[in-house]
Design a protein around this ligand. Structure first.
Ligand SMILES: Cc1cc2nc3c(=O)[nH]c(=O)nc-3n(C[C@H](O)[C@H](O)[C@H](O)COP(=O)(O)OP(=O)(O)OC[C@H]3O[C@@H](n4cnc5c(N)ncnc54)[C@H](O)[C@@H]3O)c2cc1C
Length: 406
């Protein structure tokens, strides 16, 4: 049973197009059972007891971040009739991916600051406007809203673009997979198993946080898990900042912040009296004039004025002492967890649990016809634009694989 499905027709107005879209749904699902179609000028809702497994899909995409939508756009335009499982709402991961957790995105090419909202509202189907965050207050130029695209806006645009080309979107998680046969089988959390000739895994990797309630309260208000993404935003600019963690990526984040123009002191909060980072990376941090390391320390509380972070309570890990640290932001760099557990090692992973690409400059996994895109296979760049890039590559790889077999 489909729990909820969006089609290209979500955003159609003319009755002829509505009818065509309804037919598309019928054909795609090979519906034989009871159908309840509700059609109005904006929305098509198909509720059916039919099984999607009646047919073998050319391509199923798992995940709805930049990698998933970009793969869907390419696959749909190549007539692979992609079906995309967008996941469900959980505290650590939501449909539309990690960017839906953040505010302004200043580094996605093609989206300079401007009156973004007017464009987003004109492009995204009205019935999803409820999902758009309020435009940031006070960001105006010449009396018009003027800000960088927000994470959720950017993701809604990607979703709309995929829908416009006919991607079928299913709001469910894939719970398990069987890649042992020629045709691949996926088991959604609700409903029957589905089969596909090619599968694109784009399930991302979630950032690990400390788990403090005060950290949760100040996410996007001075707490972030990505310095390269957020460090240059105005709320962090020219302020002392803390980076939590002692591994290579913590050093990278601290160095990135310390090298920004007008950087103030960057404090690294390290649990032990030494770092996990490699010798070279440690040297880089310790020799940087803007970086100061707080050894044997952990963050006990994030403090702020209700709007923005203004300090941290730093607790000692060796005695009961605590101290206050004045900072304008905290970057958590204690690793990421790739969303791969549902795969149960059906494809080869690296030692950190990320999917291993099997060929250089290709998105092939160790299983024929199964591709991986975005952060789920990339623990190095972890950016929206690189994820979108490998999403495109995965769709092209799938298309060529299918073409060779025809
Ligand atoms: C706070 C924050 C701010 C950031 N800011 C920026 C920025 O400004 N610029 C930038 O370039 N990058 C930024 N990033 C990084 C960027 O968000 C990621 O690199 C990018 O989202 C990765 O895209 P992805 O498609 O690989 O995966 P994700 O965006 O992680 O999406 C994965 C999707 O898969 C779904 N999923 C997972 N498991 C399943 C399953 N079993 N079945 C179905 N669906 C599933 C999830 O629900 C999710 O929707 C930021 C990250 C964070 C955490």
């Amino acid at each position: 049973m489909l729990r909820k499905s969006h089609q290209a027709g979500d955003f159609v107005k003319s009755p002829a197009v509505v009818k065509a879209s309804a037919n598309l749904i019928l054909t795609r699902l090979q519906v034989t059972d009871e159908i309840d179609l509700q059609i109005d000028s904006q929305t098509i809702l198909a509720r059916s007891t039919a099984k999607v497994s009646d047919s073998i899909a050319k391509t199923i995409i798992i995940g709805s971040g930049p990698a998933g939508w970009s793969a869907a756009i390419y696959a749909a335009r190549a007539n692979l009739q992609p079906i995309l499982y967008e996941g469900t709402y959980k505290p650590e991961m939501i449909p539309l991916g990690q960017l839906a957790f953040t505010t302004e995105v200043e580094n996605f090419a093609g989206f300079p600051a401007g009156n973004i909202r007017a464009f987003v509202e004109s492009a995204v189907a009205k019935d999803r406007h409820y999902n758009l965050p309020p435009a940031p207050a006070g960001h105006e130029k010449d009396g018009q809203p003027h800000y960088a695209v927000q994470g959720t806006e950017l993701m809604e645009l990607m979703k709309q673009q995929a829908l416009n080309f006919g991607t079928e979107v299913i709001s469910d998680d894939i719970e398990s997979v069987d890649f042992s046969g020629d045709v691949h089988t996926l088991k959604p959390a609700s409903g029957e198993a589905v089969q596909a000739h090619t599968v694109i895994i784009a399930t991302g990797a979630r950032a690990n946080y400390l788990g403090l309630p005060s950290e949760e309260e100040y996410k996007n208000k001075g707490v972030s898990a990505c310095a390269v993404c957020d460090g240059a935003l105005p709320i962090y600019r020219s302020k002392p900042l803390a980076v939590v963690g002692g591994g290579d990526s913590a050093v990278e984040e601290a160095t990135y912040l310390a090298n920004l123009a007008n950087a103030d002191t960057i404090y690294m909060v390290v649990r032990r009296d030494q770092m996990r980072a490699s010798k070279v990376m440690q040297e880089r941090a310790l020799s940087h004039p803007n970086i100061s390391v707080l050894w044997n320390s952990t963050v006990g509380e994030v403090r702020g004025d209700g709007k923005l972070v203004n300090g941290l309570r730093i607790d000692s890990t060796v005695d009961d002492s605590s101290r206050d640290l004045e900072v304008g932001g905290m970057f958590v760099a204690i690793g990421h967890t790739p969303n791969t557990s549902f795969l149960n090692n059906a494809v080869e992973m690296n030692e950190k649990g990320y999917i291993q690409w099997a060929k250089p400059f290709r998105t092939n996994t160790s299983v024929e016809g199964v591709y991986a895109a975005g952060d789920v296979a990339d623990d190095y760049y972890r950016q929206a634009i690189t994820s979108a890039g490998t999403g495109c590559m995965a769709a092209l790889d799938a298309e060529r694989y299918l073409a060779e077999r025809e």
